[in-house]
Ligand binder design. Sequence first.
Ligand code: COS
Length: 386
Amino acid sequence: MSWFFNDEQLMLKDLCARIAREKALPIRAELDRTGEFPWEVVKAMAAADIYGIYIPEEYGGFGGGAVEMCIATEELSKVCGGIALSFAASALGAYPILLFGTEEQKQKYLTRLASGKSLAAFALTEAGAGSDASAVRTRAELVGDEYVLNGTKQYITNGGDADIYTVMVRTGDKEGVRGMSALIVERDTPGFTFGKKEEKMGIRASSTRELIFQDCRVPKENLLDREGRGFKIAMKTFDKSRPGVAAQALGIAQGAFDEAIRYARHRHQFGKSIASFQGIQFMLADMATQIEAARGLVYTAAQLVDSGGKNVAKISAMAKTFASDVAMKVTTDAVQVEGGYGYMKEYPLEKMMRDAKITQIYEGTNQIQRLVIARTILREAASADR
Ligand code: COS
């Protein structure tokens, strides 16, 4: 099913599917082994103008939004969730600029990102700040016309490979959510270096790295919005980006399902194809149903984000939670359908199962998403009472 896409969106879908097939498929196993960054795919995506799909035309983009991002991410993820993440994480880093940047900041950074010549990254997580996003300790002191940054960010996707970083820092004296601010930091800024590169269970074709700031001086013009707005910027960014994680999960699930059904039709046991056994058929039926349900939620959330809906936190969190739980279930069941073959590194399903796991964890664990959903529905119920 191709949802309710218009002609341009269908063309984008075909283009991304072709790049995934021609560029990502031949190298996905190798990159999974080596953990190398997928520069060849990045170049192909940039040459096809796909990095600009969510960026307004005045900044060199295509003028699309979350729906287009989800289409591209889903198609890439069908083949490789790690390669897809290297693409999608740049949008996560760009969204704070898109949502809160000044005209000058947008001209300066979004044009570079739209061309795909520069990638972005979003830096919030620290050793002590994960689910509790307001526990950020990296400090930025305003000294003259510059912010001086000190601190370490952990587990930053595209770390080291991106040129433009939106970094959540603590400014001023306030603790908690009111003391957070967001700064744009360029890769070559003195005092900004990269630390440990992580060895991960899955999504190994994406880079995950420490960012280290030691008296790193950033022009004060690089502040997004104003001091104290960092937490809101992060939350609004997540509202927009979480359907993208959901689309990644959806793509991984669809890719795994496609492998499983192909195998089930061709694998013969007891003299017939295993797809003719009801035990396998029911598994395939459940997998297909869950995938379609996830697809409905992913594109509903993306459309609501694009329509400028104010309260999209709930639907974004629902899409992310549901699609990632589906991805974990479907990849696990797909391995089951393939049996011993599914468990072997020689075949793609064991990688897909490893790739799926992170979608339940990052950009807010599914426990945090459920908290966001529950808080919102209870607030809605309380206001309906009034
Ligand atoms: N849009 C706008 N504002 C939002 C918002 C949203 N989606 N979510 C929260 N806020 C606002 C609240 O309205 C509140 O504002 P006021 O103080 O003006 O009323 C403020 O932000 C603080 O919100 P809250 O009290 O809900 O903050 P909590 O510390 O309880 O944290 C959660 C809220 C848990 C939802 C947040 O910390 C979160 O999303 N954590 C996960 C972070 C994450 O994804 N980490 C992964 C690593 S980064 S890839």
